[in-house]
Design a protein around this ligand. Structure first.
Ligand SMILES: Nc1nc2c(ncn2[C@@H]2O[C@H](COP(=O)(O)OP(=O)(O)OP(=O)(O)O)[C@@H](O)[C@H]2O)c(=O)[nH]1
Ligand SMILES: [Mg+2]
Length: 285
């Protein structure tokens, strides 16, 4: 059976846990391109995802994942071509990714994933990314540049620089330096909590380009075009709090909420497995 390795990347609060919970609910109750494999028994270690789904069934959001947590659940899947896949889906506290950037150090369990990854699944919540869009203007005009010797530094990095640098560190550890690597793993960029953004029918690529132009241009110049795909992801379809008790979720079930915006930008599609199915397509062991 195929056992693809997926590298999940997403900072704190980017939506990793809610996507995993909703994915699990979809697989069980409203399957799409990926389905649970009925020829295989359901693995026993699914309680963490069951808890997330339980919270959503009560119309509430799930907890933040403690920063040191690293867990993996095994999903026995079958794709729309009938191919059987055994996927280990990880979840972890998103601070770990920030630590990689801050310390320029990649922990051992990440290193193994990076070296073996068949696909990278990256969650970026644009609404909470910091960008200094007026930085260049300020440099040109001198407006806002400190005149005294006490030069103030911004607390957060610009998200363009943050993501490029993070990718460079990870690519280096994965042995994907631009000259030596002829192929790159498939890369799915998921613009998470997409319902928070005001978008028209633009493709998600354009939405990424508008907010993080430098990062988008880095991606398009360093990743093979056919190996990259950019999606909008709204796992919940709306925002939920820890005690919202949302009636729609309670009455209809979480599996009727949440959607993806496909790379063509035209549809709000309820099949949350689609970006994952794209990532795992043509995978050969
Ligand atoms: N509006 C909206 N909010 C969402 C959506 N998905 C998740 N959220 C909210 O975003 C917050 C973070 O989601 P999580 O799934 O916990 O994020 P995470 O990446 O697991 O975060 P860490 O555990 O800190 O690494 C929670 O408050 C969720 O309720 C969505 O599709 N839309
Ligand atoms: Mg989490």
């Amino acid at each position: 059976m195929r056992k693809p390795v997926v590298l999940l990347l997403g900072g704190p609060n980017s939506g990793k846990t809610h996507y995993a919970g909703q994915l699990y609910g979809r697989l069980q109750r409203k399957p799409g391109m990926l389905k649970l494999n009925s020829n295989q028994t359901t693995p026993p270690n699914l309680s963490a995802l069951g808890e997330v789904l339980g919270q959503l069934e009560n119309g509430n959001s799930a907890e933040h994942t403690p920063s040191e947590t690293w867990s993996e659940i095994t999903l026995n899947l079958v794709d729309d071509q009938g191919q059987e896949l055994q996927l280990n889906w990880p979840d972890y506290g998103g601070e770990q990714l920030k630590e990689v950037f801050k310390n320029r150090e990649v922990p051992e369990n990440w290193r193994n994933k990076l070296l073996n990854a068949d696909g990278w699944f990256v969650l970026i919540r644009l609404s909470s990314e910091t960008v200094y869009s007026d930085a260049i203007d300020k440099l040109k005009t001198g407006v806002g540049v400190a005149k005294s010797s006490s030069c103030q530094r911004a607390v957060n990095w610009d998200a363009n620089a943050y993501w490029i640098e993070t990718f460079q560190i990870l690519k280096h550890v994965a042995g994907l330096d631009s000259i030596s690597s002829l192929t790159t793993p498939r890369l799915a960029i998921l613009l998470s909590c997409y319902d928070e953004l005001t978008t028209t029918d633009q493709p998600p690529l354009e939405v990424l380009k508008a907010k993080l132009p430098l990062f988008e241009s880095y991606l398009s110049s360093t990743w093979h075009e056919s190996a990259i795909s950019i999606w909008g992801l709204s796992s919940l379809g709306k925002s939920l709090g820890s005690s919202t008790n949302d009636d729609d979720f309670i009455d209809e079930g979480p599996e009727y909420h949440g959607w993806v915006c496909t790379p063509d930008g035209k549809s709000n599609d309820g099949d949350l497995t689609k970006p994952l199915a794209w990532l795992l397509k043509n995978y050969d062991d």
